[in-house]
Write a protein of this length. Structure first.
Length: 446
């Protein structure tokens, strides 16, 4: 006798349902149009890898709050810690005095980052603010102003981080942007039509040419890079390219800043992706999944560098809020035994096995790539030209949502499907979601 596996997806209304449409209409009347929304649903609750909307429809979540929920929606230990902390201290501000959750979290991050020697951490509210702190500290420590960023990189939407961000669609109408930002090519081997080794050589030649034609090395305070590009399409930095960056920064007296806002906190199978790339940064920025959904970011770096900012030069009213700090401590506890990190590898392998098989069946799929459970599927109109299939990705996202799977696009050309399911997803939920995705690929390929 075969036991039927219970489905997690439950769709009771058309998507979006009537209550979702009503709430979305209220949002559109009250909130600026510039705030993008990938889906027309309105969410009421979530647990693990499942999301329930206000119409009672239950979806499998392959977005994870855009990489925020590696430890799952509403982990019971995190919820309990927040509730207990809320009864004691909601806010005090690290600018006013000291409270233990801030100190404990900083101590644990200082031990956890893949940086040699003593470290220090400052906490803030968002990934963009964490990156801003890294840039300010780097300039103070080195006494230079120029920052090198990369094509395809995404670092936030504040003035400084928008200047660092590559994609022009985020920046139009918002200029002038911050000065002294220089952009170098990123070894995106698939789109360059090259092997990884050839892409590294070509991009490194361009990097060295930039040092002659763009900005002198003596002016560079720091190089900032995502170990796995997020918005750019989930492209891991080749180890050889990262090694050369590390060597350049060491020789040149510049700092290497790793932006692990999206790829950090277990997503790639190690707590930080830099652990797999054989190079130590001077400063590492983490956010998103650090606190299971509460707003928090950390800028962690070598102590002698972090101490170069003048007193009062860094900080903010809410940075390191007690609720966010205790949530992050529980997230660190959840990763401590290694099971969630192992799970990232298992999830990534399962996704890649299915997606690799799909490549043989769906010419629309140009590339499948990523690290750990941070996987992207790049869609192209044809494989010879690699012309981006952005409209097809939108159609795929819509189809999946209508059938109970939440996904989201990414990529410099908006032609990639990003997969960021919570690591707590069950095997059954993962395969059920992949079944929906396969049906969607079939539908948009016809």
């Amino acid at each position: 006798m075969t036991t039927a596996i219970a489905r997690s997806i439950s769709i009771r209304t058309p998507i979006p349902g009537p209550r979702s449409r009503e709430l979305v209409a209220r949002r559109e009347a009250a909130v600026p149009n510039g705030l993008y929304k990938a889906h027309q649903i309105a969410v009421e609750s979530a647990s693990g890898a499942l999301v329930t909307d206000v119409d009672g429809n239950t979806f499998i979540d392959f977005i994870g709050g855009i990489g925020v929920l590696n430890a799952g929606h509403c982990p019971p230990e995190v919820v309990a810690a927040i509730q207990a902390q809320a009864a004691k201290l909601l806010h005090f501000s690290a600018l006013v005095g000291t409270y233990e959750p801030y100190v404990e979290l900083a101590e644990r991050l200082n031990e956890a980052v893949p940086i040699d020697g003593p470290c220090k951490t400052i906490l803030s509210n968002s990934g963009a603010e964490g990156v801003e702190n890294a840039i300010k500290i780097a300039r103070a420590a080195i006494g230079r102003q120029a920052i090198v960023a990369f094509e395809g990189g995404y670092h936030g939407r504040t003035l400084m981080t928008l200047s660092l961000t590559s994609k022009t669609s985020f920046k139009k109408t918002f200029g002038p942007l911050a000065p002294e930002i220089y952009r170098a090519p990123f070894p995106y081997a698939y789109r360059m039509g090259l092997s990884e080794a050839a892409a590294v050589e070509q991009c490194w030649e361009a990097f060295e040419r930039m040092l002659v034609a763009g900005v002198g090395p003596e002016a560079i305070a720091a190089v900032i890079i995502e170990p796995v590009q997020g918005e750019g399409g989930f492209i891991p930095v080749p180890r050889e390219f990262m090694r050369r960056l590390r060597d350049f920064c060491t020789r040149n007296g510049s700092l290497l800043i790793a932006d692990e806002v999206q790829c950090g906190f277990g997503r790639t199978g190690t707590l930080f992706a830099m652990e797999q790339l054989g190079a130590a940064p001077d400063i590492l920025v983490s956010a998103k999944s650090i606190a299971a959904g509460l707003p928090l970011a950390a800028t962690t770096g070598r102590a002698e560098i972090m101490d170069k900012a003048h007193i009062g030069g860094i900080g903010g009213t809410y940075g390191g809020n007690p609720l966010a700090c205790v949530a992050a401590i529980e997230v660190l506890n959840a990763f401590q035994d290694g099971d969630l990190l192992k799970r990232a590898g298992q999830v990534g392998q399962a996704v890649c096995e299915r997606a690799t098989a799909w490549k043989d069946r769906f010419p629309l799929i140009g590339d499948v790539r990523g690290m750990g459970a941070m996987i992207a599927i790049e869609l192209v109109k044809d494989r010879s030209s690699r012309a981006p299939a952005a409209d097809e990705v939108l159609a795929l996202v819509k189809h999946c949502a209508e059938h109970g799977l939440l996904t989201m696009r990414a990529g410099l050309y908006a032609n990639c499907l990003r997969l960021l399911m919570p690591l707590t997803i069950t095997d059954e939920q993962l395969q059920e979601g992949l079944d929906v995705l396969e049906d969607g690929l079939r539908a948009v390929s016809e």
